[in-house]
Design a protein around this ligand. Structure first.
Ligand SMILES: [Zn+2]
Length: 241
């Protein structure tokens, strides 16, 4: 059954990449490298295959969202700050890839997650760390009076630890609403990373992202050619209240 699903998924992605090809700039996102700390992790060999495949097709990885401004550019993101990034740091340095990592204040230093010292060390090597709120609760479940803690106070706390103002937010579990967007704006966030797929437009507050952590290299290739873009509304229905 699982194999059948894989085959169908592969065929759909292949067809969509062919029919709706869009090489516009994209964010691709993962949760971790390796599977020691979370079952959402991507084996290092698979990540290497994604990177090799992207480069073979003429795509390049940028380190800053601002540089995601032309076709065939990709920004690599990781959510949650799992420790696999620390274990595999040499791979990223060697490849010259500086991912953007979204961290939640409460999770830093917990078992399986990066510590502040490790985060600062990776930041020194070019990794970019941004906010994934304070507690990682889905923001659509957070009472109004606690939103400032999850948004503004998390931004401030991360800023104090890292010496830069994290003005980009990633919604935990992708969940958001118009109210959450407004609260994030008033908390000073400049860019809001969502969990629905698409290409990045530089003037938009919301940044779509394409989940690729479980994809074979062939399916990853289809996704960077825009195969998930036609499915955007399906993801929006799952994540936007
Ligand atoms: Zn998360």
């Amino acid at each position: 059954m699982r194999e059948m699903k894989q085959i169908v998924k592969h065929l759909v992605l292949k067809a969509f990449a062919f029919l709706f090809r869009d090489d516009g700039p994209k964010v691709v996102y993962y949760h971790d490298v390796g599977t020691s700390y979370t079952d959402m992790g991507t084996p290092i060999e698979l990540l290497k295959a994604h990177v090799a495949c992207a480069r073979r097709m003429g795509f390049s990885f940028v380190s800053r969202l601002e540089d995601l401004n032309a076709p065939k550019k990709l920004l690599m993101c990781f959510d949650d700050g799992f420790r696999g990034l620390w274990d595999e740091q040499d791979y990223f340095f060697r490849e010259g890839i500086s991912p953007t990592v979204f961290i939640a204040v409460d999770l830093v230093g917990q078992s399986g997650y990066l510590t502040w010292d490790e985060i600062r060390e990776l930041q020194r090597h070019g990794f970019v760390f941004q906010s994934h709120t304070w507690s990682h609760r889905p923001l659509t479940d957070v009472p109004d009076e606690e939103l400032p803690h999850e948004l503004a106070e998390a931004r401030e706390a991360i800023g104090v630890e890292l010496g830069h103002d994290p003005d980009m937010l990633c919604f935990p579990c992708g969940m958001h609403s118009q109210k959450v967007v407004e609260a994030a704006k008033s908390a000073g966030y400049r860019k809001l990373f969502a969990s629905y797929p698409g290409c990045v437009a530089s003037d938009e507050l919301l940044v779509p992202r394409n989940l690729v952590q479980n994809l074979t290299a062939a399916d990853f290739a289809h996704v960077i050619h825009g195969a998930l873009c036609p499915l955007r509304n399906r993801y929006v229905r799952q994540h936007v209240r």
